[in-house]
Design a protein around this ligand. Structure first.
Ligand SMILES: Nc1ncnc2c1ncn2[C@@H]1O[C@H](COP(=O)(O)OP(=O)(O)OP(=O)(O)O)[C@@H](O)[C@H]1O
Length: 288
């Protein structure tokens, strides 16, 4: 399922003296099956864009087409449930939304609310717990007795239990330690590769963009200022610096090596690409 933005603008508090631009004339397509990263400085409009992906916000002008459903300023709020089921949202600090007495009940809550019988919803909960890498015996525990990282996985399992086609992640690793971040990012990669989930990730971590994304959207002041592959986006470090955005660590390191006389046909994004580029220049062989 694709999501297409056609000249979408959005103003907070439209029609009042306090109106402020959230989005300005956005046109792009997020392709079904892709792993798309959205980057941009604080306040650039990333969260506002995400909320258009399942019609939590509707454009002030323009059209968002989600699968076969068109969302325009005139769209009324009825019948949006099927769409909300297809586009699962994991908000920042998703664990704050846990509320049930057991993990099982928390995960089963969404599907039951959509009419899935209790027995099936509990079976789904057991399946989703596995999918997010938690042990079965966690199902009967209180979510509030778990670690922060486990709680976040439970919240993600709750979103996955709705069996969405698209998983939208707003800084899903915020507040986790490096090991927890890597585990979580590996889990999303697996969901993308093995379950075929379309992923839309908002992040400030350029290493994650380089490691996982197929495509990158760069936001600034509510506008989409560039879109392309990670290689295209990270090929222009000066431009990124102007936008107050960083580089993946490997690319930043390669940029420093360039100043020492090393050459790169294209800037390496990952450690293994860097190693392949460097070996011939320092007299080493092919790493294979
Ligand atoms: N509820 C709101 N009411 C009014 N203005 C808002 C509201 N939410 C966001 N804004 C404004 O809209 C603009 C875009 O905000 P948004 O939260 O989408 O940015 P962001 O890129 O997600 O930022 P961050 O990286 O800090 O999460 C900002 O100028 C922000 O102040």
């Amino acid at each position: 399922m694709d999501i297409t933005f056609d000249h979408v603008s959005f103003a907070y508090q439209a029609g009042t003296p306090f109106a402020g631009d959230g989005l300005k004339d956005i046109s792009t397509t997020i392709k079904g099956g892709d792993y798309t990263a959205i980057i941009g400085h604080t306040g650039s409009g990333k969260s506002t864009l995400l909320q258009h992906l399942n019609a939590l916000l509707k454009p002030t002008s323009g059209t968002v087409t989600i699968g076969d459903r068109q969302i325009t300023p005139e769209t009324n709020n009825k019948n949006l449930k099927p769409l909300r089921q297809k586009v699962g949202m994991v908000f920042q600090f998703a664990e704050n939304q846990l509320f049930e007495q057991t993990v099982e009940r928390d995960i089963a809550f969404g599907p039951m609310n959509f009419g899935v019988p209790e027995k099936d919803a509990k079976a789904l909960a057991a399946q989703m717990v596995k999918l997010v890498g938690l042990p079965d015996d966690i199902l009967q525990q209180s979510p509030f007795d778990l670690s922060g990282g486990q709680m976040r996985r439970v919240a993600i399992a709750g979103v996955l239990a709705m069996q969405p086609e698209i998983l939208v992640l707003d800084e899903p690793t915020a507040g986790l330690d490096p090991a927890g971040r890597l585990e979580m990012m590996t889990m999303f990669k697996k969901l993308h590769d093995e379950q075929g989930l379309t992923i839309v990730l908002v992040t400030h971590q350029m290493d994650d963009v380089a490691d996982y994304a197929d495509r990158v959207l760069v936001m600034e002041h509510g506008a989409l200022v560039r879109q392309g592959t990670p290689r295209e986006i990270f090929a222009d470090p000066d431009w990124l610096r102007q936008k107050q955005l960083g580089l993946p660590k490997t690319t930043a390191f390669a940029e420093r090596l360039q100043k020492l006389g090393f050459t790169f046909d294209q800037m390496p994004l990952t450690a293994s690409e860097l190693a392949d580029d460097l070996m011939p220049q320092i007299g080493g062989g092919d790493l294979g």
